[in-house]
Design a protein around this ligand. Structure first.
Ligand code: SAM
Length: 293
């Protein structure tokens, strides 16, 4: 991949913009399992920066080796982020360029990257982000749940009291909720989720982009039974259906009864279908088909 050539799709300005600049931190998204999930631009930047700051200096070399990249690595992780952040910034201030990569996915999403970004901003260092794989977004798109409005919770706290309090808050959330969970905590989290959320639907997105990728949608009670029988293995993202923000009483009736309620209140049949469809968040055609069965 030549960095100098301007290809026919790329304007001259774009190719200049893509040149690696000194005194710049590049946040480079890396694969979350499948090593081919990396962009051309990411490979180019990793090949051209002065050094790479990596969360896991044992894991990142596998990726670099696949793409024939040889670069000095500096470790940057939760337990050395203070001292190492200062060191990285001092090298950036002296004119070098640095790519930050995490163990997997997009730096600064549920990893210490956010601290380095904040430090660079504070010290006037330019930061730019190369988009790519992120487990949360990959899971959301596969979940089959609403993607219209969603929120990302990341890892739940493990302190019992605060975990329960946080889940009580989250249970009211009407947007789709995305959480990260480690396999050895999954069963305990499912019990806590069931207690706070009731029998909500959840998509269990596991080993995304890997050979054993799976996205199973189950209610929480089904999931508790399933994972008590089948020990959770691999990496998980849980995508949880948002709380229903419509009055529950209206759904304790069938679609036919719902339409009839509006007719009884004096609406025409078509207006009753429209109103019931709106309440239920369904297309009118679905309600129409249901009452004409
Ligand atoms: N920065 C990463 C990102 O952009 O998604 C997330 C890093 S966080 C430390 C790691 C968590 O992401 C895992 O515990 C898991 O919940 C989720 N994760 C990462 N890779 C995954 C995969 N291939 N399949 C499912 N979940 C994954």
């Amino acid at each position: 991949m030549s960095s100098k050539k301007t290809n026919e799709w790329e304007s001259k300005d774009q190719s200049e913009h893509n040149r690696v600049e000194p005194m710049t931190l590049y946040l480079v998204a890396t694969p979350i399992g499948n090593l081919e999930d990396i962009t051309y631009r990411a490979v180019k930047v990793l090949s051209e920066v002065d050094f790479i700051a990596a969360e896991d200096t044992r894991n990142t070399p596998k990726l670099l080796q696949k793409y024939g990249i040889k670069k000095p690595l500096v470790s940057y992780f939760e337990h050395n982020k203070r001292e190492r952040g200062e060191y990285i910034v001092s090298r950036l201030e002296s004119g070098e360029s640095c790519a930050l990569v995490t163990d997997a996915g997009t730096p600064a999403i549920s990893d210490p990257g956010e601290d380095l970004v904040a430090l660079c901003i504070e010290r006037g260092i330019k930061v730019t982000s190369l988009p790519g794989a992120c487990a949360a977004i990959t899971a959301l798109t596969l979940s089959g749940l609403s993607t219209k409005r969603f929120c990302f919770e990341g890892f739940l706290t493990y302190a019992k009291g605060s975990k329960k309090a946080r889940l009580q808050e989250l249970a009211k959330e009407t947007r789709t909720v995305i959480i990260y969970e480690a396999p050895h905590h999954l069963c305990a989290t499912l019990d806590d989720l069931y207690e706070a959320f009731g029998d909500r639907r959840v998509a269990f997105c596991r080993e995304l982009t890997k050979i054993n990728e799976e996205a199973k949608i189950m209610t929480l009670s089904e999931a508790i039974a399933y994972y008590n029988e089948n020990k959770p293995r691999g990496e998980f993202v849980l995508v949880i259906e948002g709380a229903d923000d419509k009055p529950q009483a209206e759904f304790d009736m069938s679609i036919k009864e719902h339409v009839q309620k509006y007719i009884d209140e004096g609406k025409s049949k078509m207006d009753a279908i429209k109103a019931a469809a709106k309440d239920r968040g369904l297309p009118k055609s679905t309600v129409y088909a249901e009452i004409n069965k």
